[in-house]
Design a protein around this ligand. Structure first.
Ligand code: AHG
Ligand code: MN
Ligand code: MN
Length: 349
C-alpha cells in the first residue's frame, strides 16, 4: 500500500513551483486549510448545534446571512490574520475589503478573495456546500495595500481553490501547474492527496443551470438548453440535468464527470448573480488548469476587467467542447446582450 501524502507534505514538495518561493504562499494555503477544517467541523454537526438558520442580518448584496455564513467568514479571516501572509481579505460577507492591520501582516505579499460559504441555501437541508478562494500577489511592494492591489484580472491569480463539504470533505486547488484534490481523512484530521492531476473531460453529458429562471434567460441560453435536450446519438444527447444550488458542488461534479455549469444574465440581472472576484475567477482558473474553459458567454472570464469588489458576471464554465457550443449559441442568438452590456442598457434579447 502506498504511503498517504498530506496537503502539508504536498505543498512543501511543490514550493519551488511558485514564482517567488519563500514559503509565504505555502503558509497561506496551510492557513486556509486550517480554517477549512474548523468550518468543516461545524458544518458536520450543524444539525445538532444551534447554528442552523438565519442570523437575522443581511450582507452587502441584501442577501440574508445564515449563521454558518458568518461563522465561516470569521474563521477564514481569523486564520488569515493569524497566519501573517495576507494583507487584505475581500469577502462576500463584507461590504468593504478587510485590511489586516497587524505587525506581522502589514507588509504581507498576498491578497485573498473569498466566498466563505457557498451554497448557503443548502445549509439547512444537509446538501453539500463549499468555500471558494482566490489568491493574488499585491502590486505594490510595501506599505498599506490599496484597491489597485486588489482589482487585478483573473489571469493574475497565483492560486485558487475550493473546499467542498460533501459526503466527504475535499480541498481542490491550483497554483497554475495543474489541479490537485485532497480528501479530508477525519481519523487523522488531514487533507490527503486523493485526486492528483485532475483533468476535466473535453466533452460531457451534464448541464447545470437553474431552469426555473428559463423565462428570463437570453435566447442564446434558451436555445442551448433545448439543444441539450434534443436526442442525438453522436453527441450523447439528451444530456442529463443536474443542479444543486451550490456552485462548488455542481462544478466539482462536472469537473470530475464532464459537464457545463451556467449562470447567465437574466432579464432582471444583466450581469447574472455570481461574483467575479471570489466565485467566477477562482473557478475559472481551476477549470482552465484542468483543461476546461470559462466564459461570460462571449469572452474568457479570466480576461475580464475587474472594477468593483462585488462585481458580478455571467458564467459558462466546464468541459471545453460544451462551453464552445454554448458560446456559439450566444453569438448566434444573443449578440445584443453583449452590445447592450457595453452600452449599459439593462435589457436583454
Ligand atoms: P452563495 O451561497 O455564496 O450566495 O452562492 C450561491 C450561488 C451559487 O452557489 C449557486 O450556484 C447559485 O448561487 C444558486 O443561485 P440560484 O438559487 O439563483 O440558482
Ligand atoms: Mn457563492
Ligand atoms: Mn457565500
Amino acid at each position: 500500500m502506498s504511503a498517504v501524502k498530506t496537503l502539508g507534505q504536498f505543498i512543501i514538495e511543490r514550493q519551488s513551483d511558485f514564482p517567488y518561493a519563500k514559503g509565504e504562499l505555502s503558509r497561506l494555503l496551510r492557513d486556509l486549510a486550517i480554517a477549512a477544517k474548523i468550518v468543516n467541523r461545524e458544518i458536520n454537526k450543524a444539525g445538532l448545534a444551534d447554528i442552523l438558520g438565519e442570523a437575522g442580518s443581511t450582507n452587502v448584496q441584501g442577501e440574508c446571512q445564515k449563521k454558518l455564513d458568518i461563522y465561516a467568514n470569521e474563521q477564514f479571516i481569523a486564520a488569515l490574520k493569524n497566519g501573517g501572509e495576507c494583507c487584505i481579505v475581500v469577502s462576500e460577507e463584507n461590504d468593504e475589503y478587510i485590511y489586516i492591520d497587524s505587525a506581522v501582516s502589514k507588509d504581507a505579499k498576498y491578497i485573498v478573495a473569498i466566498d466563505p460559504l457557498d451554497g448557503s441555501s443548502n445549509i439547512d437541508v444537509n446538501v453539500a456546500v463549499g468555500t471558494v478562494f482566490s489568491i493574488y500577489r499585491r502590486k505594490s511592494e510595501q506599505g498599506k495595500a490599496t484597491m489597485e492591489d486588489i482589482l487585478q484580472k483573473g489571469t493574475e491569480q497565483v492560486a485558487a481553490g475550493y473546499i467542498i463539504y460533501g459526503s466527504s470533505t475535499m480541498l481542490v486547488y491550483t497554483t497554475g501547474k495543474g489541479v490537485n484534490g485532497f480528501t479530508l481523512d477525519p481519523s487523522i484530521g488531514e487533507f490527503c492527496l486523493s485526486h492528483p492531476d485532475l483533468t476535466i473531460p473535453q466533452d460531457g453529458t451534464i448541464y447545470s443551470i437553474n431552469e426555473g429562471n428559463y423565462t428570463h434567460f437570453p435566447d442564446g441560453v434558451k436555445k442551448y438548453i433545448k439543444y441539450c435536450q434534443v436526442e442525438d446519438r453522436n453527441t450523447n444527447r439528451p444530456y442529463t440535468s443536474r443542479y444543486t444550488g451550490s456552485m462548488v458542488a455542481d462544478l466539482h461534479r462536472n469537473l470530475i464527470k464532464g459537464g457545463i455549469f451556467i449562470y447567465p444574465c437574466t432579464a432582471s440581472s444583466m450581469y447574472g448573480k455570481l461574483r467575479l472576484i471570489y466565485e467566477c475567477n477562482p473557478m475559472a482558473f481551476i477549470i482552465e488548469q484542468a483543461g476546461g474553459l470559462a466564459s461570460n458567454g462571449y469572452t474568457r472570464i479570466l480576461d475580464l476587467d475587474v472594477k468593483e469588489l462585488h462585481q458580478r458576471s455571467p458564467v459558462f464554465i466546464g468541459s471545453e467542447n460544451m462551453v464552445k457550443v454554448a458560446e456559439e449559441f450566444m453569438a448566434s442568438f444573443s449578440p445584443q446582450v453583449l452590445k447592450r452590456t457595453f452600452e449599459g442598457v439593462v435589457s436583454i434579447q
